[in-house]
Design a protein around this ligand. Structure first.
Ligand SMILES: *[C@@H]1O[C@H](CO)[C@@H](O)[C@H](O)[C@H]1NC(C)=O
Ligand SMILES: *[C@@H]1O[C@H](CO)[C@@H](O)[C@H](O)[C@H]1NC(C)=O
Ligand SMILES: *[C@@H]1O[C@H](CO)[C@@H](O)[C@H](O)[C@H]1NC(C)=O
Ligand SMILES: [Zn+2]
Length: 449
C-alpha cells in the first residue's frame, strides 16, 4: 500500500472517529426518547420533511426501540449477542466454508508491519484490487456491469439523515440506485432506510460499524454482517448483497459473506467524493476530475463492450450534491444507469421471494416507454394513489414481506405498499410490479417539482 493511501486513510479514521462520537451522542439522546415522535412515524411523514436540520433531529421509532436489545450497541464493533441462538447456529453452520486465513492489521486500517506475501494468496482487494478469489468455492466480486454502455449506480454509507433532497431528485429523474447502508445508520434513521425501499432502490449492506473487515476475527466479521442484514426490522427486506467498507475484503471475509447469502460488490471507478473535507488539499475540482474521467472514458467508447460501476457516497450533503451535479452528465455519457441487481438480471433482490425486480431488458424497455408517456401526457393524467392501489388490489395474493415482528407490521405494509411486492411469478406480474415502482417515482417527481 502506498504511504499516500495510508496517510489519507488515517485522516479519514480521525474524522470517522469524530463522527462515531457525535453519532453516539445522537443515539444516547434518541435512546432517551421512548414515545413516538410526532411527525416521524411513517415513511411518508419522514419523506415530506424538507428542512435538513429537522431531518437530522433524532426521533423515536417504535419498531426499532423495541428491537434494540436484539442488536449490538449502535456504532460499536459488533459481536454475536450471547443469547442470540439463531446467530450462533448460523455462525456454526458456515464454519467449514471459511478459509483458514489470519486477520490482518487493525479495524482502523493500520496494516503497518504486516508481512503479507507478494503473490497475494488471500486475494486481498486492499493489497492488489484482487476480485477473483483463490480459495475454492468462494464467489467472485461484482465490480462492473456486464451490459455495454451501462453504469452500475450506487451510494455507500447511508442512510444519511438529511437525504430527502437527494432522494427527491432521484425520484424526479425516475432513477433508482443501489444503496449500501451501514447497519448503525439504519438503526438511527430507520424511516429514511424504509424510504429507499419504497422509492424502488435496491438495498445492500455495508457492515454494522464500518471497520476494515479483514482485521476482524471470523466471529466479529460475521456479526458485522449478520446484524446489518437484520435491518429488515426497519426496511421490511433482507438484503442479499454487501459492499466492504474501504473495499477491504479477502477470501476469508468473502466466504463469511457468502455464508450469509451476500454477494460481494466492489466498484471500478472511485469518485473520491468522501475525501473532500477529510483529506487536506482535496478540493471539489479533484472530486469533479474523478467523475469527469469516467464520463470521458464513456464518451471515448471504453464501455462499448462491457459497462462499469462507480463508488459514490450518501455520506453528507456534499457527496449527494456532487452526485446530483454529475447525474445529467452520466445520463448523457451512458445508455443505461441501473442498480446493480438490474444490471445482473437479479430479479429476486431480497430473501423475501415475493419481492421482484424487472430484469435488465424489462427495465430498459419500461424506462423508455415511461419516458415517452410522461412527456406526451399532461399532468392531469398523472396516476393517483387510488389507481395505483386498485392495480394491486385484485391481487389479493399481494403480501407484505415476511415479518415476525407484529409491532412492525404497519410500517412494513407502508413500506411495501408501492414497491415491487407481488406473489407468484410471470412476466405480467414483473411488469406490473415494475410499473408500480415507476408510477410511484413519477408521483414523487411531480410533487417535488
Ligand atoms: C448527513 O449529512 C448532514 C449534512 O451534510 C451532516 O451534517 C450529517 O453529519 C450527516 N449525518 C450522518 C448520519 O451521516
Ligand atoms: C440478462 O438477460 C438477457 C436476456 O433477457 C441477456 O441477454 C443478458 O446477457 C443478461 N445479462 C446478464 C448480465 O446476465
Ligand atoms: C404508455 O402508453 C401506452 C399507450 O397508452 C400504454 O400501452 C403503455 O402501457 C404505457 N406505458 C407505461 C410504461 O406507462
Ligand atoms: Zn463506506
Amino acid at each position: 500500500m502506498s504511504a499516500l493511501k495510508l496517510g489519507s486513510r488515517s485522516r479519514l479514521r480521525a474524522i470517522l472517529a469524530l463522527g462515531v462520537v457525535s453519532l453516539a451522542a445522537v443515539q444516547a439522546q434518541s435512546d432517551s426518547l421512548s414515545v413516538a415522535t410526532p411527525g416521524r412515524t411513517t415513511v411518508d411523514e419522514e419523506a415530506s420533511i424538507k428542512d435538513p436540520n429537522q431531518e437530522c433531529e433524532p426521533y423515536y421509532y417504535e419498531p426499532i426501540g423495541k428491537a434494540l436489545a436484539s442488536f449490538p450497541p449502535i456504532w460499536e464493533t459488533a459481536s454475536i449477542l450471547p443469547e442470540d441462538g439463531n446467530a450462533l447456529a448460523k455462525f456454526a453452520s458456515i464454519q467449514a466454508s471459511i478459509p483458514d486465513i489470519a486477520p490482518k492489521g487493525t479495524p482502523e486500517g493500520n496494516f503497518d508491519g504486516l508481512n503479507y506475501p507478494a503473490d497475494d494468496p488471500d486475494c486481498w482487494w486492499t493489497n492488489s484490487k484482487c476480485g477473483t478469489p483463490k480459495a475454492p468455492g468462494v464467489p467472485a466480486d461484482i465490480s462492473i456491469m456486464p451490459e455495454p454502455r451501462t453504469l452500475g449506480y450506487g451510494f455507500d454509507d447511508g442512510p444519511n439523515c438529511s437525504h430527502n433532497a437527494f432522494y427527491d431528485y432521484l425520484a424526479s429523474q425516475k432513477q433508482t440506485a443501489t444503496m449500501f447502508y451501514i447497519g448503525s445508520n439504519v438503526m438511527d434513521w430507520p424511516l429514511e432506510a424504509a424510504r429507499a425501499v419504497k422509492d424502488g432502490h435496491e438495498i445492500c449492506v455495508h457492515s454494522w460499524s464500518h471497520h476494515y473487515m479483514t482485521a476482524l476475527t471470523n466471529e466479529v466479521a460475521f456479526a458485522e454482517l449478520y446484524y446489518s442484514v437484520s435491518v429488515k426490522v426497519a426496511t421490511g427486506v433482507t438484503p442479499t448483497c454487501w459492499r466492504p467498507p474501504f473495499g477491504d475484503v479477502d477470501d476469508r471475509i468473502r466466504a463469511i459473506a457468502a455464508g450469509l447469502g451476500l454477494r460481494t460488490i466492489l466498484w471500478a471507478y472511485d469518485s473520491q467524493d468522501w475525501q473532500y473535507g477529510v483529506t487536506p488539499g482535496i478540493t471539489t475540482a479533484d472530486v469533479d476530475k474523478e467523475y469527469q474521467s469516467m464520463v470521458d472514458d464513456a464518451k471515448k467508447g471504453m464501455f462499448n463492450n462491457v459497462g462499469t460501476m462507480i463508488l459514490a457516497h450518501e455520506l453528507d450533503d456534499y457527496t449527494m450534491g456532487e452526485a446530483m451535479k454529475f447525474y445529467p452528465m452520466l445520463k448523457e455519457a451512458f445508455d443505461h444507469i441501473v442498480p446493480v441487481a438490474i444490471g445482473m438480471n437479479i430479479t429476486q433482490p431480497y430473501v423475501e421471494s415475493e419481492i421482484v425486480m424487472p430484469n435488465f431488458a424489462q427495465y430498459i424497455s419500461l424506462n423508455k416507454q415511461l419516458a415517452v408517456n410522461l412527456t406526451t401526457s399532461s399532468a392531469s393524467s398523472q396516476p393517483s394513489p387510488t389507481l395505483t392501489r386498485s392495480v394491486v388490489g385484485p391481487a389479493s395474493t399481494t403480501t407484505a414481506p415476511v415479518n415476525n415482528d407484529a409491532a412492525n407490521n404497519k410500517k412494513t405494509a407502508d413500506a411495501s405498499r408501492l414497491s415491487w411486492v407481488l406473489s407468484g411469478t410471470g412476466g405480467v406480474k414483473f411488469v406490473v410490479a415494475f410499473l408500480l415502482g415507476f408510477l410511484c417515482a413519477a408521483r414523487i417527481g411531480v410533487v417535488s417539482q
